[in-house]
Design a protein around this ligand. Structure first.
Ligand code: GLN
Length: 251
């Protein structure tokens, strides 16, 4: 099966090498004999509704976010339609912030967002930095731990009733107070967890792949054939342990 990925603004939003997540998806898809075809979508480029199975947006600092925000806001309606029609999405940090209604930057300027996720972000005066451990339940009754790293000044407030990606076990999460991290809307996930998120959380990589495959093939997601994730399991353990001992906040 061919899985078509639109990678939004790779030249601007790639802090902490967020594009490494795409490398993981490519490899894990290939191990199941699927092919990931990646299209870079930049400023002013057309985003064809229906043309993609997965949208990916990385993180970036306020400066880069200012540059792409108006363009992303313009693409908002297309992004919302795509997700409604079952396209999968992963957005990290700066990209996650701008997939909500918008981001009030440090200087008080408002960057408009794509209005996909029901949230809004306001820059704080301190940064929330450190390792994070979350408990997620993307499928009813299936609890999984997600280990990652966060570094953000923005505080994201979910609207009442919005579904977070996970519950913070260690770390700050969306705003350091709510105990929530990220946001989930159907097959769309947004998170503050940066950089090598998927290499150390292979279950999440496979969840995303299964959603994208379901969009490509039609029908519901089906489980993927398991891979040997021994190295990934060690990476997860080390990251989870760091979050336990050094995470931003103990709960
Ligand atoms: N500029 C945003 C913040 O600090 C996002 C930063 C990032 O992507 N690391 O909140």
């Amino acid at each position: 099966m061919k899985i078509s990925v639109a990678h939004l603004y790779p030249d601007y939003l790639n802090i902490y090498a967020d594009r490494g997540n795409i490398a993981v998806l490519t490899r894990r898809a290939a191990a199941r004999r699927h092919e990931l075809s990646i299209e870079a979508v930049g400023l002013g480029d057309e985003l064809g509704p229906g043309a993609h199975d997965l949208l990916y947006v990385g993180g970036g600092q306020d400066r880069e976010q200012t540059l792409i925000a108006p363009d992303l806001a313009e693409k908002g309606e297309t992004v919302r339609t795509m997700v409604e029609e079952g396209c999968a999405l992963l957005a990290v940090c700066g990209g996650y912030q701008l997939l909500g209604r918008g981001y009030w930057g440090r200087d008080g300027t408002f960057m408009p967002g794509a209005e996909l996720f029901p949230h809004e972000t306001v820059a704080g005066t301190t940064r929330m930095i450190g390792d994070v451990l979350l408990e997620c339940e993307l499928e009813p009754g299936v609890r999984q731990m997600l280990a990652g790293f966060e570094n953000h000044a923005g505080r994201t407030r979910l609207d009442p009733g919005a579904e977070p990606l996970g519950r913070v076990v260690y770390g700050f999460g969306n705003d350091g107070e709510s105990g929530h991290e990220g946001c989930r809307l159907g097959r769309a996930l947004g998170t503050y967890l940066h950089g090598p998120l998927l290499p150390r959380n292979p279950w999440l990589a496979d969840w995303i792949l299964a959603q994208a495959l379901a969009h490509a093939a039609g029908g519901s997601p089906t489980p993927l054939e398991p891979l040997d994730d021994e190295v990934e399991a060690v990476a997860h353990r080390v990251a989870a342990e760091r979050a336990r001992t050094r995470g931003g906040r103990k709960r």
